[in-house]
Design a protein around this ligand. Sequence first.
Ligand SMILES: NC(=[NH2+])NCCC[C@H](N)C(=O)O
Length: 411
Amino acid sequence: MSFHVDSETGRLRRVILHRPGLELKRLTPSNKADLLFDDVLWVRRAQEEHDRFAALLRGRGVEVHLFGDLLTESLDVPAARTLVLDRVFDEREYGPLATDTLRAAFDALPTGELAEALVGGVTKREYLERHPAPASVRFHVMGLDDFLLNPLPNHIFTRDTSAWVYDGVAINAMRWPARQRESVHFEAIYRHHPLFTGAAAGEFRTWAEGQGAHPSTIEGGDVLVIGNGAVLVGLSERTTPQAVELLAKRLFEAGSARTIVALDMPKRRAFMHLDTVLTMVDGETFTQYAGLGMLPSYTIEPGGDGQELKVTDHPPEHMHRAIAAALGIGAIRVLTPVQDVHSAEREQWDDGCNVLAVEPGVVVAYERTVTANAHLRAQGFEVLEVAGSELGRGRGGPRCMSCPVERDPVS
Ligand SMILES: NC(=[NH2+])NCCC[C@H](N)C(=O)O
């Protein structure tokens, strides 16, 4: 039983979720925007909502792996600990006077505490409760309540940091500083956790390695494994064309995919990822936000005649046609509930389109997106509702909060 994701809606077998913790208690009105949140959360309630989301998936036969456990268990592996600490404690971040001291202090922590520090963050005050101050300008100039290690509240959106595409995983380079440190945690997990290195894991490929502050950023919310060797990608605020070309080369070289359709999306926070406006509900049906409109698209395929990639441009009106052609079907079905523009905009903001399928035709959605859910039901889909009054404040729904690692094709 190896790891692979062959579709968006085939039977979901295993998924990585992150139960929110300390990192969300760090959100304040003054730091929330930099940390990519729109509000502060009542963390206890968010945990309850998240626990019910996980329980619902388990009840549907999905095996849930919690990111916090995976990270802690990975850090028990010396090579994983070294990988993470080397990446985090960089002289360019902490300066030559403090880096080694800080690294040693964190390296001395038991794995559970190290994992919590890496994700939940540590203030200068908390550090000084247990350690003397290093003789470092970088350290001395910090306010007592400044973060020595920033919290990573967006780890809850496990969809984005890594993305399984057919028989491999892309560990993503993230667009904004608030999320860039997340990637090394997934690198440690996929490279060193016994779940992924053990014999039972089988072989899987790696499409991207996640590092670097370069423009080749890509986030999993923009990547839809639509099935039949096709991938749909959003060129969004977060995902750049160069990253998609690199992904295409790797996928085609391995023979793992045949075609990628890239949609040129508006570069706006409300539409930050493709899955905030378009997701799949079965093998040929999509739920789409009314305000998205039709977008220019590009089909990328392996090139003949020594050209590495073949690119075909499509005008906006051919967007759905290009997706259908990639899937190898005559037409796709696109569902958009009929509602006034204001209600539609509110439901998009509340992740009405961000559904997670557990099998073809059965999706998990937030309960608050009443019109979108009713519309799917009227079309014959089963909608399993979860509460999201707190969870939703980070701008991510059930699809964003889940990273499938094993999912069947749609037959
Ligand atoms: N796949 C998604 N739509 N993820 C939503 C991520 C939301 C998160 N606050 C961010 O701004 O990065």
